[in-house]
Design a protein around this ligand. Sequence first.
Ligand code: FMN
Length: 204
Amino acid sequence: MTTLASTISEGFRARRSIRALTNETKISDARIEELVSDVTLHTPSPFNVQSGRLVVLLKEEHQRLWDIAYEAASASVPQGVFEKMYKPRIAAFRAGYGTVLFYEDPVPFKALEEKWPMLTQKFPEWSQHSSGMHQFALWTLLEAEGLGCSLQHYNPLIDSPVSEQWGIPQEWRLQAQLVFGKPAGPPMEKTFEPLEQRVFIHGK
Ligand SMILES: Cc1cc2nc3c(=O)[nH]c(=O)nc-3n(C[C@H](O)[C@H](O)[C@H](O)COP(=O)(O)O)c2cc1C
């Protein structure tokens, strides 16, 4: 019997890292915006602080992002490493259709820190947890729509030029970049560590 849980679980199983992409999309920009909005509204955050900020870059804007990453990496990474690793990877991401930038805004946490001073040390960590939930949810949904995605971390290398290019508030913290497009190749082979070493159920 197909239940909502089994359908969601199927989405989890189907989500993979697809790094070879083309600049086509099987879904409209409006549908992409709808999924991003759903994830933003319905992903949990500590005390419902809603600190996630998602910036979606499509087509030429997406290409501009990866041109910025190219410029930043070529200026700061050793030449040999840049040529061998960064250059081909950045070219592969640039060949995609779009990128979602996941930010966390620390400002809404200020009120929480006043109300819950004993939790002040925990909030940065929880902010990152919430961002990871946004990332996983959107990754799963975009791939369920037939797109390929991979999660990248060119922050903090690209933080300043990206903030400048798209008018992003300086205080927002860039967490990750989700690159997407039409899959141009399969995901890498994946192995699984034994569940007996990872899941422990008591009392069944
Ligand atoms: C927190 C986190 C950080 C990751 N960072 C990167 C990254 O910077 N670049 C990349 O290509 N993949 C990155 N990945 C993807 C993992 O390598 C990938 O999810 C893992 O190998 C399992 O493969 P799958 O995504 O195909 O299931 C990251 C994944 C997570 C959860």
